[in-house]
Design a protein around this ligand. Structure first.
Ligand SMILES: Nc1ncnc2c1ncn2[C@@H]1O[C@H](COP(=O)(O)OP(=O)(O)O)[C@@H](O)[C@H]1O
Ligand SMILES: [Mg+2]
Length: 380
């Protein structure tokens, strides 16, 4: 029982409004990642959940129990919340062995020695560092130290595990390895995890849900698939995906259940508007209407570039073709715009060669330019 319910939370540092009307539910057993650029309020949200910061207004419930209520300045002390927080800097005690670092919390609680031994050995085993139990932190690599910090956080079997950019001090190879370890750990322990990162790949690979923040506001809370395929806000579309999503200015008009889209790629009639937009209701988003100033968004893997004309394809010129082993990135110039395509495998195109470009129409999203809100979604 560790559902977290954040309701209408506002948080200020002095005059600075850091969290704005935050509503977020983390279901029991979720791996929820808070994602967004630096300074958007991720760490603050985590600290509010942990009880290290108090909201000015709004409420927080953990496992049905009220943990904070800004209106009446109620704040359950951190130690009574059943949550455990791991910081980016792992803060191990240098004068203690790995075993003692992990055992410390249980020793403070005066747990019986045999129980401590069993739990610590279990936690070290899960993180594959049992053989380092008698070493000191300085005798371990950065990745091994991070594993110790995580072992320390799970040994007391918290209801909720809060992780603040725990992998950002590791090198690229270790980071990828630890993603698998954390994902496996979550599935084994079935603990609710709230994980903070600014790294979209980390978020997409590990999470069951992702909450994207900009400037203290939650913009979209959704599955990784929903965040990637149906960003509800143009900032989310821009933030997620590498290479970046293409934006193409367009004009839209609605004709019954069809959206007619005019752009440098000509006219497209995108049917089934109702079913394309059906999922937004379930995540609490009302699609915008769109008109003369709209933006068409298409991911590079949904752009096709071929040598022969095909129905719906427009003539383009290859600006650059960048083979990268398993894939090729192609920049194509079309009527004054440049569009990036990603093709699996090796695509042999010469510079300035003429080619034909088309889009996978069911994967397009369209945004209202003024508000940046989704107007037409891609089919899942
Ligand atoms: N202790 C503090 N005092 C004043 N401002 C703070 C404090 N901590 C964070 N902030 C400000 O609050 C905003 C959100 O910070 P934070 O939650 O740490 O962002 P993130 O973790 O997403 O990078 C930032 O503008 C930051 O400068
Ligand atoms: Mg932070």
């Amino acid at each position: 029982m560790s559902r977290i319910e954040i309701s209408k939370v506002n948080k200020y540092y002095g005059e600075v409004h850091v969290l704005k009307d935050l509503d977020l539910v983390v279901e029991d057993g979720d791996f929820m990642t808070l994602l967004g650029p630096s300074g958007c309020g991720k760490t603050t949200t985590l600290r509010v959940i942990a009880g290290l910061e108090a909201p000015r207004s709004g409420t927080l419930r953990i496992g049905g129990q009220l943990a904070a209520d800004g209106e009446v300045s109620f704040n359950l002390p951190p130690a009574k919340r059943g949550v455990n927080l791991v910081f980016q800097s792992y803060a191990l005690w240098p004068h203690m062995t790995v075993f003692d670092n992990v055992a410390f919390g249980l020793q403070i609680k005066k747990a019986p020695k045999p129980l401590i031994k069993e739990k610590v050995t279990g936690a070290l085993g899960r993180l594959h560092i049992a053989e380092f139990a008698e070493r000191y932190p300085s005798e371990l690599s950065g990745g091994q130290q991070q594993r110790v910090a995580i072992a320390r956080s799970i040994v007391s079997e918290p209801r909720v595990l809060l992780l603040d950019e725990p992998l950002s001090n590791l090198d690229a190879k270790l980071r990828i390895e630890m993603r698998s370890e954390l994902k496996r750990l979550h599935q084994e322990l079935k603990t609710t995890v709230v994980y903070v990162t600014h790294d979209q790949v980390e978020a997409l690979t590990m999470s069951t849900k992702i909450a994207v923040f900009f400037e203290g506001r939650l913009v979209q809370a959704d599955t990784p698939k929903g965040i990637y395929g149906n960003p509800v806000d143009i900032r989310v579309a821009d933030f997620i995906g590498n290479p970046k999503i293409n934006f193409i200015g367009c004009e839209c008009s609605r004709d019954g259940d069809t959206m007619v889209v005019d752009s440098v790629l000509g006219r497209m009639a995108l049917g089934n508007v109702a079913s394309r937009n059906a999922r937004f209701g379930s995540i609490g988003v009302e699609p915008a209407s769109c008109g003369a100033a709209s933006i068409l968004a298409v991911r590079p893997e949904h752009v096709h570039v071929g040598r022969e004309p095909s129905p719906g394809a427009v003539r383009c010129r290859i600006y650059s073709a960048l083979p990268a082993g398993s894939e090729t990135l192609i920049q194509a110039a079309v009527n004054g715009d440049t569009i990036m395509a990603k093709v699996i495998g090796q695509a042999e195109f010469g510079q300035d060669e003429e080619a034909w470009l088309s889009l996978q129409q069911d994967k397009l999203n369209v945004y209202d330019k003024a508000s940046g809100r989704i107007a037409l979604g891609a089919l899942a």
